[in-house]
Design a binder for this molecule. Structure first.
Ligand code: 13P
Ligand code: SF4
Length: 312
């Protein structure tokens, strides 16, 4: 078994040799984030995937992120360290059930959160992420009827902020809905000067406590820009790695999960399937590779491109 130091050196060598780019989400382990050429939220990652000059995209995140990269860069090889790295939001919306749901609302525009399969993207009109959902919904005519899928919590957050009604698909992120209100309140009492910031995938009763709500990139920026010194962060704990690197003098506390896992905080089991060893193998063998059937890809691309255009 190679040491982590050897693995890191080998990953960097293979990356150069194969003209590969490593894209990573903030929720993967810190050692993988530190190796990545680009780390970002879902919007930033898809912008990178669309514009990269590399021959191969190695996506350290979850399956739908690799698919989105392939949708945008069909002529590039896209690989992910573990094909089983899924997402509870994407899994909550099977294409056949979603097509039947959509058929009940023929005059509605379909907005889907990027955390969904390529099939759902193909059934959607516009894709959104947590960083542009408000802006995109607000840019639509007020009388536009909208289906929002698959994250009902993000959907409700957008409805509350914009005062619009939307038909919601009932999906949720298992990680974000597990933040405990009771433990959070205790933590706030113990840290009275802390600001509580949260991701919009959290439930309404958690978001209503938040001083700021935003995507992972927005939360990171908030911690850097705010004059405050202490923060309780309501999202997957992987983001704390970059926050602590960016502002080592500030106190960053992960919001407590209701379940007593090892870190007592929120960890995405899918994101954590990315390991250095799997990343090395993935670069070496150029698999597992992501494929999207061309008929699905073309339709999915249209809805993702619409998002990229509307995010400019
Ligand atoms: P963002 O990084 O776009 O905020 O998404 C969070 C997330 O849950 C990704 O799976
Ligand atoms: Fe999916 Fe939640 Fe994990 Fe993000 S954190 S990949 S939304 S399960």
């Amino acid at each position: 078994v190679a040491s982590d130091v050897d693995l890191i050196a080998e990953i960097n060598r293979l990356k150069r040799e194969k003209n590969a780019v490593i894209l990573a989400h903030y929720y993967v382990d810190g050692e993988i984030q530190d190796l990545a050429d680009y780390i970002g939220d879902s919007l930033g990652l898809s912008q990178q995937a669309a514009s990269t000059e590399a021959d191969m995209i190695v996506f350290c995140g979850v399956h739908f992120m690799g698919e989105t990269a392939k949708i945008l860069s069909p002529h590039k090889k896209v690989v992910i360290p573990d094909l089983n790295a899924g997402c509870s939001l994407a899994d909550s919306a099977p294409a056949d059930k979603f097509a039947a749901f959509k058929a009940q609302y023929p005059d509605h525009l379909v907005l889907s959160y990027i955390n969904c399969s390529a099939e759902i993207k193909a059934l959607s009109d516009i894709i959104v992420t947590s960083s542009n959902a408000l802006k995109i919904v607000e840019s639509l005519p007020r009388d536009q009827k909208i289906i929002f899928a698959p994250d009902a919590n993000l959907g409700r957050f957008v409805m509350n902020k914009t005062g619009r009604d939307m038909v919601l698909w009932d999906g949720a992120c298992i990680v974000h809905i597990d933040i405990s209100l009771e433990k959070l309140q205790r933590l706030r009492t113990e840290n009275p000067n802390a600001e509580f910031i949260a991701h919009p995938e959290c439930q309404e009763h958690i978001l209503s406590q938040a001083d700021y709500v935003g995507s992972t990139t927005a939360l990171l920026k908030y911690v850097v820009d705010s004059p405050n010194q202490t923060f309780i962060v309501g999202t997957e704990a992987g983001i704390l790695h970059k926050m602590r690197q960016a502002v080592p003098h500030k106190k960053i506390i992960p919001a407590p999960a209701s379940q007593n896992n090892t870190c007592a905080c929120s960890e995405c089991p899918y994101m954590k399937m990315n390991t250095l060893e799997k990343l090395y193998n993935c670069l070496l063998y150029e698999q597992p590779e992501i494929f999207v059937p061309e008929d699905v890809r073309v339709k999915a691309e249209a809805s993702v491109i619409r998002m990229l255009e509307m995010s400019k």
